[in-house]
Ligand binder design. Structure first.
Ligand code: C2E
Ligand code: SIN
Ligand code: SIN
Ligand code: FE
Ligand code: FE
Length: 409
C-alpha cells in the first residue's frame, strides 16, 4: 500500500500526480452518495471503464451502494438505479463477495468464460434483466489505511480508444488500487456524516415521532434529485452542481430539527392546531436556523437557509418572513419572502417535505394517495411552490418512487 511501493516506480510522476489530484477531489464532498459517485467517476475515467459499482461492507454482507453505466443510463440524468436496495453475502460465491472475503483484487477478461478452476461464479442475472453484456471486470477491495474493509469496487468493460470492450490493462490493474485506500477513507467519512445527522434527527424525533430517519432520508434524496434536474436545465457547471447536490442532500435532512424547541402539547397534538398553537409552531423555522448560526462550513450555511425558509411560499404567504437578526431573543416574524427571494435550496426542500408529509401518516391526518398528493402539488404550482420546481419534480417521478421504496418506515 502507499506510493513508495516499487511496483509503481515505473509509472511517470505525472501519472501519479494525476491520481493524487483525483483523490483530492474526494475531500470536498460530505455525503456518502456524492462520494461514491465521485469515486466511480474518477476510477472509471482512469480505466476508461464503461460501468462500475460500489458495495459497502455491513457486518457479513455487502450492501449495494452506487452504480454507473454509460451504456444503460442516460448521461447526467436523474437515475433510479442508484436507489436499488439489495445486498449479497460476503462469501466465495459472487465476485464482489469473493473480493471482500479474500481481500484479493480480481481481474477477469471475459465474465462468460471464467477459467474452470475459478472459485467464484459470475452472476449474469443483471445482464439478463438489463440486456447489458458484461465482459471484462476489475474488482478491488476498499481498505482503509488501517486495513479495515469498507467495501468493494467493481469496474466493468474497459474500452479502447475506439470504444471497443477490452481487458483491463496491466497498467490500469496497478493504478486503480492506488485510489482504493483514499476512496475507503472518504466512504467512511460519508457514512459517518449521514449517521451524525441521523443522530441529530433522532433527538428531534424523540419529540416529534413523525420526523423519522426514513422521512428525512427521503426528503434529503428527493431534494438532491430535484436540484440535480434543475441544475441540468440551468446548465450549471458540473463541479458546482456536484457540490451543491452533495450539500443539499445532508442539509435537507435537517429542515425540521428546530422542532426540538416546540412544546409537546403542540407538537404531538392529535388534532388540528388552533391559530395560536400554529403561531407557536412557526418558530421551529427560527429555532432550526439558530442551530447553524455559526456558519463555519458551507453545510452550515445551507442548513440555515433550509431550516429557516422551508415554509416560505412562492406566493409570499408562508413564514417566518424576513428577520434582521434571528439570534435576538425578542425577534418577531417578518414579512414573508416570495419567489426568488426564497433561496433555491429552501424552495426545493419545501416541495420535497410537503410531498412526503402528504403521503405519510401524521398525528393529525391519514396518508393521502399518491394521486391526491400529485394533484395538490400541481394545483399549488405558482402558489405554494415554485412552478419550475414542480416541473422538475414531475420529470423525475420514477426516481422519487425508487427513493420511497428504498427508505420505507
Ligand atoms: P409536517 O407534518 O411535517 O408538515 C409539513 C408541511 O406539509 C405542512 O407545513 C403543510 O404545508 C404540508 N401538509 C402536511 N399535511 C397536510 C395536510 O393534510 N393538508 C395540507 N394542506 N398541507 C399539509 P405547515 O402547515 O407549515 O406545518 C408545519 C408543521 O406544523 C407540520 O409539519 C406539523 O408538525 C405541524 N402542524 C401543522 N398543522 C398541524 C395540525 O393541524 N395538527 C398538528 N398536530 N400539527 C400540525
Ligand atoms: C451482483 O449482484 O450483480 C454482483 C455480484 C457479482 O459481482 O457477481
Ligand atoms: C399545500 O401545498 O398547501 C398543500 C396541498 C393542498 O392542501 O392542496
Ligand atoms: Fe417544517
Ligand atoms: Fe418534515
Amino acid at each position: 500500500m502507499g506510493f513508495q511501493h516499487s511496483q509503481y516506480a515505473r509509472y511517470p510522476r505525472s501519472e501519479i500526480a494525476s491520481i493524487m489530484k483525483r483523490i483530492e477531489e474526494f475531500n470536498y464532498l460530505q455525503d456518502i452518495d456524492a462520494i461514491l459517485d465521485k469515486i466511480l467517476e474518477e476510477a472509471r475515467s482512469l480505466s476508461n471503464a464503461d460501468a462500475g459499482s460500489i458495495f459497502i461492507a455491513e457486518d457479513d454482507r455487502l450492501r449495494f451502494g452506487y452504480v454507473h453505466n454509460d451504456t444503460l443510463f442516460k448521461k447526467d440524468e436523474a437515475n433510479e438505479e442508484i436507489y436499488v436496495d439489495f445486498s449479497v453475502p460476503i462469501d466465495g460465491q459472487s465476485i464482489v463477495g469473493y473480493v471482500a472475503l479474500t481481500g484479493n483484487t480480481i481481474v477477469i477478461d471475459d465474465a462468460y468464460n471464467l477459467s474452470s478452476g475459478s472459485p467464484f461464479t459470475f452472476n449474469s442475472d443483471y445482464d439478463q434483466k438489463s440486456g447489458y453484456k458484461t465482459r471484462s471486470i476489475l474488482a478491488v477491495p476498499l481498505y482503509t489505511f488501517h486495513g479495515r474493509l469498507v467495501g468493494v469496487m467493481q469496474l466493468i468493460n474497459a474500452k479502447d480508444e475506439c470504444g471497443r470492450v477490452i481487458a483491463f490493462r496491466k497498467r490500469i490493474q496497478d493504478l486503480v488500487p492506488l485510489l482504493a485506500n483514499n476512496a475507503a477513507v472518504a466512504i467512511d467519512r460519508g457514512i459517518m456524516n449521514r449517521e451524525m445527522i441521523l443522530r441529530m434527527v433522532k433527538m428531534a424525533e424523540l419529540r416529534d415521532p413523525t420526523e423519522t430517519g426514513a422521512h428525512v432520508q427521503r426528503v434529503g434524496a428527493y431534494s438532491s434529485e430535484i436540484y440535480h434536474q434543475w441544475a441540468i436545465k440551468h446548465k450549471i457547471d458540473k463541479h458546482e452542481k456536484n457540490r451543491t447536490k452533495d450539500l443539499i442532500r445532508l442539509a435537507a435532512m435537517l429542515h425540521d430539527v428546530g422542532k426540538v424547541g416546540i412544546p409537546d402539547k403542540i407538537l404531538k397534538k392529535p388534532g388540528k392546531l388552533t391559530d395560536s398553537e400554529f403561531d407557536t409552531m412557526k418558530w421551529h423555522t427560527v429555532y432550526g436556523g439558530r442551530l447553524f448560526m455559526n456558519q463555519t462550513s458551507s453545510l452550515d450555511k445551507m442548513s440555515l437557509q433550509i431550516a429557516l425558509n422551508h415554509h416560505e411560499k412562492w406566493n409570499g404567504k408562508g413564514y417566518p418572513g424576513k428577520i434582521d437578526d434571528i439570534m435576538k431573543p425578542d425577534v418577531k416574524l417578518g414579512l414573508p419572502r416570495k419567489k426568488e427571494d426564497i433561496p433555491l435550496s429552501a424552495r426545493i426542500v419545501s416541495l420535497a417535505d410537503v410531498f412526503d408529509a402528504l403521503v405519510s401518516n401524521r398525528s393529525y391526518k391519514e396518508p393521502w394517495s399518491d394521486t391526491r398528493a400529485y394533484e395538490a402539488i400541481e394545483a399549488n404550482a405558482g402558489k405554494h411552490f415554485d412552478p419550475e420546481i414542480v416541473e422538475m419534480f414531475f420529470q423525475i417521478l420514477p426516481v422519487i418512487q425508487a427513493i420511497r421504496k428504498k427508505y420505507r418506515e
